[in-house]
Design a protein around this ligand. Structure first.
Ligand code: ATP
Length: 355
């Protein structure tokens, strides 16, 4: 059914120089991306950073001010949505309330005049893939939020698209269901081998599900990387701060602690806390960074305890996290305690280009 022909070795989606202006607002400011076949690729960023606009241009709902979009090696920049081999799942599901689940799932096939028997068969398969085969006769109103979400997925999958575009599809679910659906969705994507382009502003969600993530800020991409690299090797201060919690060291603190100027990031769980020990700096290895300060706040997080330490240096704050199993002395460092901190030099990542 697809108008687009798949070219051998071409990426599922190739975006070049993509821009979108709405009047005086530049929503997308020069985006380049290659997304591989079968990849689970997420666009992550704060509200208004341009993720949805990129997705809508790939779907064909918006036309770019400049730039090109290829699907499977074919330029589709000027093609209307229905002729692109993609399907979109929206946050609000957009189900028809007066139709049964099966009718909702079949709808796209009916529009394409697929014969009834074939329609039924494919709808049933799609409902099975999202574990809803028993629910075909219900109306959307008789389903839970998570089940409705799966109907929306089945409705997209029934077209057997090569690429599925998902715009915050789990946004309406409560946290527990959302975490469950993340695992299910990832499994489904892997089993079906479909390319997913997924929009979210939830960094934990992106880290959990994605093969790779593009971090958006102000209509531009700050970094494209695997979840691990994004977390361990953030390329910019924005990425360090947006993906997980980060301590950014710059100015006086960077020079004093690390012996060089620049902007650096160190993750809270890499930092060890010691009750004030005057000999700590004597025993420190050349690879360790040490700092002294006073505990300002201790926050119990359930699986971990987070402490905020006021460094003696230039009023910098450091956040650190100790998990409950660690028999660290830090467990007894309450508010106002004098402490020493240490971490390995290699855990300090430069987040700005070297001068
Ligand atoms: P969210 O997570 O809130 O959906 P986003 O990262 O997806 O945010 P976009 O929806 O792509 O961001 O919006 C990017 C910018 O473009 C915002 O400043 C937004 O207000 C603007 N914008 C988006 N669509 C339109 C439109 N149809 N008309 C005018 N401005 C728009």
């Amino acid at each position: 059914h697809a108008a687009t022909e798949m070219k051998e070795g071409a990426p599922a989606i190739a975006i070049r120089g993509l821009r979108k202006e709405f009047g005086s607002v530049t929503a997308v400011d020069g985006v380049d991306l290659d997304i591989a076949n079968g990849e689970f690729f997420s666009m992550l960023g704060p509200s208004g950073s341009g993720k949805t606009t990129v997705l809508r241009m790939v779907a064909g709902f918006e036309s770019p001010t400049a730039g090109t979009i290829q699907l499977g090696g074919t330029d589709v920049t000027k093609d209307p949505p229905f002729s692109r081999d993609v399907n979109t799942v929206f946050q609000d599901y957009a189900l028809f309330p007066h139709m049964s689940v099966t009718q909702n799932v079949e709808y796209g096939l009916r529009v394409k005049r697929v014969p009834r028997a074939e329609r039924r068969k494919r709808a049933q398969e799609a409902l099975e893939s999202v574990q809803l085969s028993q629910y075909g006769a219900r109306r959307p109103g008789q389903l839970s939020g998570g089940q409705r979400q799966r109907v929306a997925l089945a409705r997209a999958l029934v077209n057997r698209p090569r690429v599925l575009l998902l715009d915050e599809p789990l946004g309406a679910l409560d946290l527990k269901l959302r975490r469950e659906m993340q695992v299910e969705l990832k499994q489904l994507q892997r089993d079906l081998g479909i390319t997913f382009l997924f929009v979210t502003h939830d960094q934990e969600e992106a880290l959990t599900m994605s093969d790779r993530i593009a971090v958006f800020n102000n209509g531009r991409i700050e970094q494209v990387a695997t979840p691990r690299d994004l977390y361990e090797l953030p390329a910019t201060p924005f990425v360090a701060g947006f993906v997980g919690t980060s301590n950014v060291l710059d100015g006086e603190a960077a020079t004093a602690l690390l012996g060089e100027p620049g902007i650096f990031s160190v993750r809270p769980e890499k930092i060890q806390l010691h009750l004030d020990d005057p000999h700590l700096s004597d025993s420190a290895t050349p690879h360790a960074v040490t700092a002294a300060g006073v505990v300002r706040e201790v926050v119990y997080l359930g699986s971990a305890t987070q402490s905020i330490v006021d460094l003696d240096l230039g009023g910098s704050l450091i956040v650190l996290r100790q998990n409950q199993q660690s028999p660290s002395e830090g467990d007894v460092a309450g508010r106002g305690a004098r402490v020493h901190l240490s971490w390995l030099r290699e855990h300090t990542v430069s987040v700005a280009p070297q001068p």
